[in-house]
Design a binder for this molecule. Structure first.
Ligand SMILES: Cc1cc2nc3c(=O)[nH]c(=O)nc-3n(C[C@H](O)[C@H](O)[C@H](O)COP(=O)(O)OP(=O)(O)OC[C@H]3O[C@@H](n4cnc5c(N)ncnc54)[C@H](O)[C@@H]3O)c2cc1C
Length: 468
């Protein structure tokens, strides 16, 4: 070892980004033959640690573990309305295959199951139950002798002469000094106050999509901003999905709505349910549902034709069965919405479903559009609801993560007004790189890739500091 005093790295947050940072800091230190002590502080008690990562199915936007999809960067830039930073996503694409190999070396295997029902961008997924990737990282970090401090929350950053030199934590306002700090404490989806400030009335009542999401209260973002970090990303953006209002499960999404209609509690349609593949419409739908609809609730209405869609259950993650009825008015009675209005809505919709139903294909935008005049239109999958049993799911919007965060560069350094803030790194959801709508299956990938980069550079920073 080059020196007896170990480099001390403090990582804030025990999700995918934080664990990758901790692991790569230790590996990099070993490669450079320097002593290191890495401490991960985690706000939650051990049993509840892991943030969104613990509950994430971890779909990853890659063609295969060793290959990105063609045109990845251009697709992300286009989706962001050219607001995303090209260099950030180029680095993401460049390092993704090596990061996947690194995860494979920890025992993570990948496969490419169909994504809900529809085809979309190519994705890989870890083999195993929800959280398998998180648990592999956690095990590897334990083996690597990362120190964990649970029920230990970041309060603020310690800054001396413009450099970040540690953190102050709660409880007890204890100080932990570090040669570098990596912030990986997620977004602000668990802060009613920040959500209300950003999204207005109703922001504070957004339901977190998973138990882990509720813990991300934006403390890391606030601490970084107080230390001079710049804001970045779309502060008006969030990833939100429609979930079963009755469910107690994590992320009980109901993503069959494109194959039927969705109504408000007055029995009226309010958006184009077939406006795109489900991952292209879920955010605008769930957002309208929560912020614009009376009672912040909507109802997906389908019929027996659903059962003929191969593997339709892949798109329903609720443990609650749908409400069923032999007629639309009886279904409306179960839902507590006006039967005449719902029957009228279904009749109007059915009359506009004049296309050739043999064209119906749940796996792609099939072009089976409603006849002109239906308002709102239905652009795909428009076939009539006329076969009992009729089915309904009550839906609410649930937030998965926010887009607004701190500015970072391609080395995961946190940027202030004058450039990188010495000693401060960040990765994952806490960083602001998404704009408009969430790029599909990229959130976990960036946590992994940039978490790894952050840990590596936290050591490199200290090495350079030691040399100079
Ligand atoms: C249900 C669900 C499904 C998802 N599906 C996908 C998917 O298929 N593909 C995809 O790409 N993305 C998906 N995502 C998003 C993706 O999983 C997350 O963006 C990613 O896991 C975030 O990782 P992270 O490490 O940045 O944050 P997190 O995993 O949220 O970790 C943050 C950690 O910081 C801790 N923390 C928070 N505040 C403090 C504090 N003040 N002090 C100390 N610790 C603190 C939290 O407790 C938590 O452990 C999904 C998310 C959810 C919730």
């Amino acid at each position: 070892m080059k020196s007896s005093a170990p480099h001390r790295i403090v990582v804030v947050g025990h999700g995918a980004a934080g664990l990758c940072a901790a692991l790569s800091a230790i590996e990099t230190a070993r490669e450079r033959n320097v002593a290191v002590q890495v401490t991960v502080i985690e706000r939650a008690p051990q049993a509840a640690c892991g943030g969104g990562s613990r509950w994430s199915p971890s779909n990853i936007r890659m063609r295969a573990p060793d290959a990105m999809e063609d045109g990845f960067v251009e697709a992300i830039l286009a989706q962001s309305g050219d607001r995303a930073e090209r260099a950030y996503f180029e680095r993401l694409a460049q390092e993704a295959p090596a990061t996947a190999r690194w995860l494979q070396s920890m025992g993570v295997a990948f496969h490419s199951p169909p994504y809900y029902l529809a085809k979309g961008p190519a994705r890989i997924q870890p083999v195993g139950p929800i959280g398998v990737l998180f648990h592999a990282l956690w095990r590897a970090a334990q083996d690597a002798r990362v120190e964990f401090r649970y029920a230990c929350a970041l309060r603020s950053l310690l800054v001396e002469s413009g450099r970040v030199v540690g953190v102050e934590v709660e409880p007890g306002r204890e100080t932990l000094r570090g040669d570098a700090v990596v912030l990986a404490s997620g977004g602000f989806e668990g802060s009613a106050e920040m959500l209300r400030t950003q999204f207005g009335p109703g922001g504070d009542t957004l339901q977190p999509i998973s138990p882990g999401s509720a813990l991300n209260d934006g403390a890391g973002i606030r601490a970084a901003l107080a230390a001079g970090a710049r804001r970045a990303g779309d502060w008006n953006g969030m990833h939100i999905e429609p979930v079963d209002a009755r469910s107690q499960a994590s992320a009980p999404v109901v993503l069959v709505y494109p194959y039927g209609i969705v109504v408000d509690r007055n029995g009226r349609r309010f958006f184009d349910e077939g406006g795109g593949l489900v991952h292209e419409t879920w955010e605008t739908f769930a957002r309208a549902l929560h912020f614009d609809l009376p009672g912040r609730v909507a109802y997906a209405i389908l019929d027996a034709a659903l059962f003929e869609i191969p593997e339709y259950g892949r798109a329903i993650r609720s443990e609650e069965p749908p409400l069923r009825a032999p007629s639309i008015p009886e279904l409306a009675a179960q839902l507590g919405i006006p039967g005449t209005a719902l029957a009228e809505t279904v009749e109007t919709y059915n009359n506009a479903c004049s296309g050739d139903v043999t064209r119906f294909d749940a796996t792609r935008a099939d072009g089976l559009a409603s006849a002109p005049g239906l308002s709102p239109p239905k652009s795909n999958w428009a076939r009539p609801l006329n076969r009992a049993p009729f089915l309904a799911w009550p839906l609410v919007g649930a937030i998965a993560y926010t887009f607004g965060g701190v500015a970072t560069d391609i080395d995961a350094r946190v940027l202030g007004a004058e450039g990188p803030i010495p000693g401060l790194y960040a990765a994952g959801e806490i960083t602001g790189h998404f704009y408009g709508t969430a790029p599909n299956a990229v959130a976990m990938l960036r946590a992994l890739v940039y978490g790894r980069i952050a840990g590596r550079n936290a050591i490199a920073f200290n090495e350079e500091k030691t040399i100079s």
